[in-house]
Design a protein around this ligand. Structure first.
Ligand code: ATP
Ligand code: MG
Length: 265
C-alpha cells in the first residue's frame, strides 16, 4: 500500500514502556496484513529485539544489522531490496544517536504506560522528537482494564500529540509469546491481545498511508558524537551461519529468504 518504503521509529526515554514488545508486534502484524516485506532494526545495545528475533522460527520479518553511522545507506539498500516497512527499536535514553535515528522516521511511535512515572518522562521523549517535525503517535501500553488512570493518561498525552485510539492492555501473553520469538497474534490469534495489535496496526498503517513524504525526504542525519557512536549498535550480531538467501548489503541480512538465522553468536 505504501508508495515507498516507510520507517517507523519506536522510542521512549522511559525504560520498560514497551518499545521492544511493540516493535516486534508491529513488524509481525504488518507482515500478517500483507504489507511487508518488513525489516527490523535494533539500535538498543541491550539487544532485546535481536535476541527475540534470533529465537524466531518464522522467516519474516527480516532483521537488518546496521548502526547509526551506516543507517542512511543501509535504509537505501533495504528499500532497493524491496523492503516496504522498517521498524526501528531504540534504547531508553536521550542521546544524540537516538535523535539521529529519529531523523529517519516517517512516524515516531511512543509507547507509554499509564503511570505517573511514564507520563513525567514524556517530556524527555518529546525532546528527542522535537525540532524534527516528525509525526508521532503515543500508544498507551500495559493498561489495566477499566482503570481510570488509562483515560487520564490518554488525555494528558493528547496535549502533546496524537494518541492511538487503541489501548494495549497488560496481559501476560505479550511477555510469554515473545519467549520463543513469537507474538500474541501467532500464539492466540483470536485473543484480545491479538485483536489490539491488529487494530493498532490498522491505525498505524492508515497514518502511514496519509503521510506526504517518503523517507528519502528526511533531513540529513546529524552525526552522532564519537563517544556516543562507540557504544552504539551491537557488534555481536553477525551474519555468521548464513547459508542461503541474499545479502542485501554488508551486514544487512534479508531473512525473507531464510538468510541470517541465529545472527547472535
Ligand atoms: N502490554 C503488555 N502486557 C504485559 N507485559 C508487557 C506489555 N508490554 C510490555 N510488557 C513486558 O514489559 C517488559 C518491558 O517491555 P519492553 O521490553 O517491550 O519495554 P522496552 O521499552 O523495550 O524496555 P527498555 O526500555 O528496557 O528497552 C517486558 O518484560 C515485556 O514483556
Ligand atoms: Mg527495549
Amino acid at each position: 500500500m505504501f508508495g515507498s518504503m516507510r520507517v517507523i521509529v519506536v522510542t521512549s526515554q522511559k525504560g520498560g514502556s514497551g518499545k521492544t514488545t511493540l516493535s516486534g508486534h508491529i513488524a509481525v502484524q504488518a507482515e500478517l496484513a500483507g504489507e511487508g516485506p518488513v525489516a527490523l532494526i535494533d539500535t538498543d545495545p541491550q539487544g532485546s529485539l535481536a535476541a527475540w528475533w534470533n529465537e524466531r522460527e518464522e522467516k519474516s520479518p527480516a532483521f537488518a544489522q546496521t548502526d547509526v553511522t551506516r543507517l542512511y545507506a543501509d535504509l537505501g539498500r533495504l528499500r532497493a531490496a524491496g523492503i516496504r516497512l522498517v521498524v526501528i527499536d531504540t534504547p531508553p535514553a536521550v542521546t544524540a544517536t537516538i535523535k539521529s535515528v529519529v531523523a529517519f522516521a516517517d512516524l515516531v511511535v511512543i509507547p507509554t504506560r499509564p503511570s505517573p512515572h511514564d507520563l513525567r518522562a514524556v517530556a524527555a521523549t518529546l525532546d528527542i522528537v522535537e525540532g524534527r517535525n516528525k509525526p508521532l503517535v503515543f500508544v498507551v501500553n500495559g493498561a489495566t482494564p477499566r482503570a481510570r488512570i488509562t483515560g487520564d493518561a490518554a488525555v494528558a498525552l493528547s496535549q502533546h500529540g496524537t494518541v492511538a485510539p487503541v489501548t494495549v492492555h497488560h496481559r501476560t501473553d505479550f511477555a510469554s509469546s515473545m519467549i520463543d520469538g513469537r507474538t500474541v497474534m501467532e500464539c492466540a490469534p483470536e485473543g484480545k491481545s491479538a485483536q489490539e495489535i491488529v487494530a493498532l496496526w490498522t491505525y498505524i498503517s492508515a497514518r502511514l498511508a496519509k503521510l506526504p513524504q517518503p523517507w528519502t525526504a528526511a533531513p540529513t542525519p546529524v552525526p552522532a558524537p564519537a563517544a556516543d557512536r562507540a557504544v552504539f549498535g551491537r557488534a555481536e550480531v553477525t551474519n555468521a551461519g548464513a547459508t542461503v538467501g541474499t545479502v542485501v548489503a554488508s551486514n544487512v541480512v534479508n531473512v525473507a529468504t531464510g538468510f541470517g538465522r541465529r545472527v547472535a553468536a
